[in-house]
Ligand binder design. Sequence first.
Ligand code: 5AD
Ligand code: SF4
Length: 398
Amino acid sequence: MSKESKAYKNLPKKVYIRTFGCQMNEHDSARLKDLLVERGHVICDSPEFADTVIFNTCSVRKHAEDRVYGKVGTLAKLKLKKPGLMIGIIGCMAEAQRDVIFRKLPIVDFLCGPADLDKVPDIIDKVHDGAGHIMYLGGYKSKIIPEFSKDRRDRGRAYVKIMEGCDNFCSYCIVPYVRGRERSRPSKDILEEIRKLVKSGVKEITLLGQNVNSYGKGLKEKINFVGLLIKIDNLAHLSGEPAGSPDRWACGVKINFLTSHPKDASQELFRAMRDLKSISKDLHLPIQSGSDKMLKRMNRRYTVAKYKKLVKSFRGIVKNGSVTSDVIVGFPGEVEIDFNDTVNVIKELRFNSAYIFKYSPRPLTKASKFKDDVSLQEKERRHKVLLNIQKEISSNKR
Ligand code: 5AD
Ligand code: SF4
């Protein structure tokens, strides 16, 4: 190592992190910031002041990747002014675009996949030592979720990862290919993390997983998602109240969770949401389409009738609960009849809110082999129609 790089290594380095995408990415960025601070870095809020700029990225839709390509491109001028500026792309897009990023954006110094983020501080050191382009990818193949950042700095609200990856292979979705197969964290690690967060003053915790309802699969202990919720709810001593007391969590801690798959959501879960005091009564249950033909092509493994029955049952059991959803318009083969079926379901089920997405073909997925036969114009029309319907329903629900 040269004298200069040794001297540089001892200086605090300023890191700017920009996050795109879902709550899982928000959570990963927050933990990475804590880890970098533990290693002596300083977090700054603008690329201009930074020594290292990191983009934590999303690949769920092409638009999200295009934005990152655009944003990184705008840093070329800054890198000319500051040749030592280091640029990293981390998260799902680093995996999905691994073969093209360095070619498209030679100013990028390193790539790191979502399951390798604990390596980022070492990668930064290596690049400073002149290692050239670095890639840390493929960590999602491991069965373990790496626990990095021991010292969490959450205030008020926090995310806790309970599982990661997905085995569902919905035909449009890139997640199983960039975040890997499902793996759950042992419940004792989750409970310990929650205990610490609550002790440090956190009042609202969101349990994260691509498919929380299949929590527990592959673990040595015999536990399912409802079992985990019961254990969390029973951390009664945190509020100073004995277990079983109606006032437990009197300290006001609320536990949310995301995301549930309709094929795995059960009445057992709904009863737990009704009975466990700390557990939120908000259910995010993506329907994706109101047409059985589309659901089959999407490989969702439920029918519209089953979905409706599920929502009815939830509303019957959890009296003051809310249901929110995701919908994709313009999936390959979606003709007017299919779209109308979706419109009708949205009108009938009256979700509290719903995210409406235009289908975006993703590499590696099964649907990328289908003909993307709904024009962009038509996708935009369908998107607007549904947005307007849902907007009215949501505002009447308030
Ligand atoms: N195109 C459009 N929307 C997608 N989603 C996932 N993959 C795609 C895609 N290829 C949506 C789904 C999912 C949400 C997180 O993103 O609705 O529930
Ligand atoms: Fe993607 Fe489907 Fe898994 Fe959700 S359940 S992450 S949409 S493959």
